[in-house]
Design a protein around this ligand. Structure first.
Ligand code: ADP
Length: 435
């Protein structure tokens, strides 16, 4: 249980620390990337304004003399310090007026982009797949040139930002890696912290378990002595006791049996908690346990006129701890008889089934008793949980039977659940794997 608590605490710490660091790095990273992006965009827009201003005369000249050939004039000297900037000046018919071309591998794609320029967006990033398969990124911006109130052309300025974008991608990758490292660190830290928190809890749970185990163990011996003594009085003085005393002795004996059963159950659970209960694993025929269980419980069943029966279409082998599975079947059939009203039916069915590639022996204990409402169908397996106090008041029980049953099934790596309809009855299904 504490292992689960530690795991939950570790997950909680890791989520909180990791989440916090993750959000922090996202904010820092995204902020950094955004400012780099904005800087690049502003830079190119500024450059476009500058080119448009300085080249306006050329465009107007071309506007007035439309048949001039395009002029190729590098702008490196004027604008481009890094050698990555290029520009195109086009008239309104997409005729080239003046150009400083980018590196040859980019030319075709860039020209296609600017001749089909979508005026909705002034500045854009374009990815171009190069012949060697790698991706180049180009930042493009447009600036119209007007003359006497008419647009007569446009300046398109571009910049090869492949190197930048590669750096950005690398930064993002580093950020993700750092985040993963953070989360890992947070999980480690969480695990250590959870360990510190859990140690005192573990110690106190351990003490409590030891106390229950020791107390149950110590109580069992004197109780057995008391029970034997009462039985001795009962036998020895049978004829001399008054009717009242006999009644008292019967009541006391019954109470002792109850306490003894409770202590045996507590001890079983304490041992289960301390992992002291070792399971033996053997293959045995189901009727080796079903016959004696039904035999013993036939008396209380007959008392309530309950019909108990076993349905086993073929001999079924079970692999597990015979004594524990006997105990499990006893708990389920005993509950069936206890909670089913006079004249009811309790049936034990057993067969083989398989789920998820695993073969199971399936034991079903079915009754036509009061049923269990859906909200309690899981809770009945909790310790000391008794459903509907009014219903259970007159029925002998401690609320431990099903938790022991569940422990036995879990220890066999099996499954136990209940299917039930209020007013119609319950079906307890147990699956014990064949390994
Ligand atoms: P108890 O000692 O009270 O029988 P269990 O752990 O065996 O404790 O069962 C827990 C509760 O589940 C019972 O108190 C009862 O209310 C409910 N329950 C168990 N078996 C049945 C059943 N066959 N039909 C209806 N209710 C049941």
């Amino acid at each position: 249980m504490t292992a689960k608590l530690r795991k939950n605490l570790t997950t909680l710490y890791a989520t909180v620390f990791g989440g916090f660091l993750f959000i922090f790095s996202i904010i820092v990273g995204a902020g950094g990337l955004l400012s780099i992006y904005n800087e690049r965009v502003e830079e190119i827009q500024l450059l476009a304004r500058q080119v448009a201003r300085e080249q306006r005369g050329v465009v107007i000249y071309h506007y007035k003399q439309p048949n001039l050939p395009p002029e190729e004039r590098p702008i490196q000297d004027d604008y481009d310090i890094t050698g990555q900037v290029f520009y195109y000046i086009l008239d309104t018919n997409n005729q080239l007026i003046k150009v400083d071309q980018p590196v040859p591998v980019l030319r075709e794609a860039v020209l296609a982009e600017i001749t089909n320029w979508n005026p909705g967006k002034i500045t854009r990033f374009t990815s171009i797949t190069l012949p060697n398969g790698s991706i180049a990124t180009v930042l493009l911006t447009a600036r119209p040139i007007s003359y006497e109130g008419n647009v007569i052309g446009a300046v398109y300025v571009g910049r090869d930002v492949t190197a930048y974008s590669r750096v950005l991608v690398r930064i993002v990758m580093i950020l993700i890696l750092v985040d993963l490292l953070f989360i890992l660190l947070a999980a480690l830290l969480g695990h250590l912290l959870a360990g510190r928190v859990i140690t005192p809890i573990e110690e106190s749970i351990e003490k409590q378990k030891r106390f229950v185990a020791d107390a149950s163990h110590e109580l069992r011996a004197p109780l057995t002595v008391l029970l034997t003594s009462i039985e001795a009085i009962e036998m020895d003085e049978e004829n001399k006791l008054s009717a009242f005393s006999k009644e008292v002795i019967t009541d006391v004996k019954e109470e002792f049996y109850r306490i003894k059963r409770l202590i045996t159950q507590l001890l079983a659970l304490a041992r289960a908690d301390a992992d002291n209960a070792t399971l033996t694993r053997e293959s045995f025929s189901f009727d080796l346990i079903a016959t004696p269980v039904l035999q013993v419980l036939r008396t209380p069943a007959e008392y309530k006129k309950i019909d108990i029966s076993l349905i086993m279409p073929e001999p079924i082998e079970i692999t597990g701890d015979m004594e524990r599975i006997h105990q499990l079947l006893y708990i389920l059939v005993d509950n069936g008889i206890k909670y089913t009203p006079f004249g009811g039916v309790v049936t034990v069915k057993v067969d083989k089934t398989s789920a998820g590639g695993v073969k199971y022996a399936r034991i079903i204990v079915e009754d036509n008793g009061p049923g269990i409402s859906p909200e309690f169908q899981e809770r009945i397996f909790e310790r000391f949980f008794r459903l509907d106090k009014a219903r259970s008041r007159n029925i002998d029980g401690s609320g431990l039977g099903l938790s022991i049953a569940k422990w036995i099934v879990d220890a066999h790596r099996g499954k136990i659940y209940v299917k039930s309809t209020l007013g119609k009855g319950s079906q307890f299904v147990v699956l014990i794997p064949d390994y």
